[in-house]
Design a protein around this ligand. Structure first.
Ligand code: SF4
Length: 875
């Protein structure tokens, strides 16, 4: 157009020409209004942006609802958007809020009457605060006297609201517009695809091929831009191989850009800010949390694929709930990634008070910046071009909040983040791309441009022409009277035809397409289209080019599989020998067949979980104390703090183990239950350490739960004693913690019911004593075998300690060990030989889960009393 104007001027008798100024209509009118305000011809007002205008509507609606009292189904946010649109359309299409004859029609409908009330208050707020909307500044321009009018030519403007037209006429001499015909010569040939995906794939393939062939400028028009953009962008990335490392290298320019809030960098910043909100109860969507954990912008360059963060992501993925409570997220982070940057951030945020209270939006800016700094946003030292362009918009985006002060009043941190998200929604990010890139437009944006080839997507019924749709807050009569475009099917039809004609007139090749089905529903083509079957419908999704080729299937020959082996090397833990001793059948079922035990449901923690907490808490305590010197050097307060910390660690360890089995203990039993357990166990440990401090002589803890192998006949056992203490002089004593009843008798006799400590006694020659450490609410004590161990109580000679339970006297520790070895090897041999008799020791059946397998309680030789004693007849 510029060229045409210059040529026309040159053809005349002129020596100097002035090139025309080409501007978008609204942008130019806004600049004229600013000039008039600066020149003092119009009163000083602030032009509200869309977010501010919407907030003002919300404020008016909320105050009106409070004033009216009672129950209301109105959603202020949605109503604000509708009200904004209604007032704008009303004024732009020639309506007049002061015209009584127009306002009279509002009283016939409740919604319209309510809107009219809101509208009066909205206008009053604008006037009292010296604010204005776009329609208001256009109306004010009509009051300015214009002495010399400039020439205005409208190029390729399909439809202008009457008010805009009126203002342009007032400001300048409006020449015959250069506009496309509004009569359709013949329908546009339109390819029919079976789905939107197939349509997008075909378009992307076509555009990429043209780009590779250097075939001239290429444009794609999406008639429903918001709906179709994500799929098309994905397919274009696929075609240009820009899904992975080359993400920022996509040679495609999306004209409408993307809301800043949806760009990965700002999306992650908003998420980080939401997590920082002072309210613990904030629930985050699981998908958002996973995006947060994967974000390259929030972890200060940490390896996102490190094992800890991977485990944390897996734990979050495994949660069954769609929402993740912030407290749960904190807990999972401390469990799986205690050293990770984000866990440190959570810790800092927990004690941070800066996000509490209410302030004006502008007073939150420093807090927002400091929270983003804490997260180390934007993270990477070397941002790519697109990221850098986004990052540069931070301060401008924050300035939007300053403008909201006078509208919103004081807000909480949570509310201000929501408001900022709305501001970012309305701020479009348009990346600068290489020249010659494929251009993607919405339908109106391509008018007046010229491309060698253009493809129109989505030429379906209802999109072009659009269906008439009445606005809810304006009386139907008024909408028709004013000729609002959305209410007039004839005008919409003419506008659609003009659009297609404009495409045909200005672009080299014009293609069109539509998808004939969506989610099982048939879609009809636009009546402006002439559908034809598509011959290039790539329905199969291709794998990205950088993916490796799938491996060929491998066939295994079943004939080589060996079934059964007589030379199996059996092994197990101490429980194998204990079970063999208590009941050979139990050992055979448990350790050869290995059926999984189905635990009975319990409320709160199971006895095993409670036992584990005590064991772990003691282990953590002695990891710090190490010996009797340190213990005796501590005062009561220090001991209490140590036991509390150890118990908390033990509970965390329990939760970690459960997470690995995809269970969540905290969710199952509740935080209060765990807190109570911590109190209980910490108190128990205090009593236990008191007992330890009273032991005779010095000792040091030289081992805790270390693994040992012990060969017993043809069995290899894996043993993990709870603890081994070294006494003065180098003698050792093995200690096993018990939280239930303990008896010295369980180690002695031909068939010891608990073979654990006798097995531990065989580990090395320095072990000269074994002891149960009974850590129980009713009392703490050592029950031991051995001489001069200093474990408290009356120390009898070994012979006296064992004589009640042994037939033959055992006079020395060495003799006792030899006896134990003989008995235990015999039990091991029995097991290996397959000795599996149902031959339980007294009490063995009481806590055995295999009663329904062995049917021992139903054996005819058992008396009724004995059967009841076994647990009521296990079945
Ligand atoms: S219930 Fe008694 S007899 Fe049966 S397997 Fe268990 S211990 Fe052995």
């Amino acid at each position: 157009m510029m060229q045409a104007v210059v040529e026309e001027q040159l053809s005349g008798d002129v020596s100097v020409i002035r090139p025309p100024m080409i501007q978008p209509v609204d942008g130019w009118l806004e600049s004229v209004w600013r000039q008039q305000v600066e020149a003092g011809h119009l009163p000083l007002r602030r032009l509200l942006g869309r977010v501010a205008e919407r907030r003002l509507w919300m404020k008016v609606i909320q105050e009106d609802m409070h004033g009216q009292g009672g129950f209301s189904l109105i959603q202020p946010a949605a109503a604000a958007e509708q009200a904004l649109r209604a007032r704008q359309q009303w004024l732009m299409w020639g309506g007049d809020a002061e015209d009584k004859s127009q306002r009279h029609h509002f009283s016939f409908d409740n919604d319209c009457a309510t809107f009219e009330r809101w509208c009066s208050e909205f206008t009053a707020q604008l006037d009292s605060n010296a604010w204005a909307t776009r329609a208001d500044i256009y109306r004010s321009l009509l009051t300015v006297p214009i002495e010399s009018k400039i020439s205005i030519v409208l190029c390729h403007v399909l439809q202008l609201p009457p008010l805009t037209h009126q203002v342009l006429n007032h400001l300048g001499l409006l020449h015959q517009p250069v506009a496309p015909e509004t009569e359709l010569f013949d329908p546009l040939v339109t390819k029919k695809f079976p789905s939107r995906r197939a349509e997008s794939m075909a378009v992307a393939k076509w555009a990429a091929q043209r780009h590779r062939d250097n075939a001239g400028s290429t444009a794609i028009v999406l008639l429903d831009f918001n709906r179709d953009r994500p799929e098309l962008e994905y397919q274009l990335r696929q075609e240009f191989d820009c899904l992975g490392a080359r993400y920022a290298a996509l040679p495609v320019n999306f004209s409408s850009g993307m809301p800043l809030s949806k760009t990965p960098m700002f999306r992650d910043a908003l998420m980080a800010l939401r997590v920082a909100s002072a309210y613990d109860s904030v629930a985050l969507l699981r998908s958002e949390v996973l995006a947060l954990l994967r974000s390259p912008f929030l972890h200060g360059g940490e390896d996102l694929d490190g094992i800890a963060l991977l485990q944390l992501r897996k734990a979050c993925t495994d949660l069954t709930s769609e929402h993740i409570d912030k407290r749960d997220l904190n807990h999972l982070a401390e469990t799986f990634a205690p050293e990770a940057h984000l866990t440190q951030v959570f810790k800092t945020l927990r004690t941070d008070r800066s996000t509490r209270g209410k302030r004006l939006p502008s007073r939150w800016l420093d807090v927002i910046r400091s929270v983003l700094r804490l997260w180390q946003w934007p993270g990477r030292a070397a941002l790519d071009s697109l990221e850098y362009q986004q990052f540069e918009r931070l301060e401008v985006a924050l300035d939007e909040l300053v403008m909201q002060d006078c509208i919103t009043g004081e807000l909480s941190f949570q509310q201000v983040i929501l408001l900022w998200e709305q501001c970012l929604d309305d701020r479009v990010f348009q990346p600068k791309t290489e020249e010659g890139a494929v251009q993607v437009f919405g339908p109106q944006e391509v008018v007046g441009l010229r491309f060698d080839a253009l493809w129109i997507c989505g030429l379906q019924s209802g999109l072009l022409p659009q269906r008439p749709q009445l606005l809810p807050f304006l009386p139907n009569w008024l909408q028709r009277h004013l000729g609002l475009l959305n209410s007039d099917s004839v005008a919409l039809e003419a506008s659609a035809v003009a659009l297609l004609n404009s495409f045909r007139a200005t672009h080299g090749e014009v293609r069109a397409s539509y998808a004939s089905e969506h989610e099982g529903l048939e879609i009809l083509p636009s009546h402006l289209a002439r559908p034809i079957a598509s011959d290039d419908s790539p329905t199969q999704q291709q794998a990205p080019k950088h993916w490796p080729e799938p491996s060929p299937l491998e066939l295994l020959d079943e004939g080589n599989v060996v079934v059964g082996d007589a030379d199996i090397q059996w092994g197990g833990g101490a429980s194998l020998i204990s079970n063999q001793s208590n009941c050979p059948f139990r050992a055979w079922v448990s350790h050869r067949l290995g059926p999984a035990d189905v635990a009975a449901p319990v409320f709160g923690l199971t006895p095993a979980e409670r036992g584990n907490i005590v064991h772990d808490a003691l282990r953590f305590t002695w990891e710090i104390l190490k010996d009797s010197h340190s213990l005796r050097a501590m005062n009561a307060t220090q001991i209490e703090s140590l036991t509390r910390e150890s118990t908390e660690r033990a509970v965390q360890a329990l939760e970690r183990r459960a997470e690995r089995r995809h269970c969540n203990v905290r969710k199952r039993v509740g935080s209060a239950c765990l807190d109570l357990e911590i109190q209980r166990v910490a108190a128990l440990l205090n009593s236990w350490l008191e007992l330890e401090a009273q032991r005779e002589g010095n000792f040091s803890v030289i081992e805790q739960e270390d693994s040992h192998e012990l060969t017993l006949g043809s069995l290899i056992l894996n043993l993990r004693p709870d603890r081994i203490d070294q006494l003065e002089g180098g003698r050792q004593v093995v200690i096993d913690y018990k939280t239930g009843a303990v008896h010295r008798s369980s180690w002695l006799g031909d068939r010891p019911s608990d073979a654990q400590l006798p097995l531990y006694a065989l580990l090395n020659d320095s072990v000269e004593g074994v002891a149960f450490g009974r850590v129980h609410q009713e009392g703490v004590e050592y029950v031991f075998l051995g001489e001069a161990l200093g474990l408290g109580g009356k120390e009898l000679p070994l012979e006296d300690q064992v004589k009640r339970y042994e037939v033959a006297p055992l006079e020395s520790w060495e003799e006792l060990r030899r006896t134990w070895r003989g008995r235990l090897e015999r039990l091991a041999d029995d097991f290996v030989r397959g000795h599996a008799a149902i031959d339980p020791q007294p009490q063995a059946c009481r806590y055995c889960a295999l009663g329904s397998v062995c049917r021992y309680a139903q054996s005819p030789e058992l008396t009724e009393e004995a059967s009841t004693d076994l647990g009521g007849g296990a079945s």
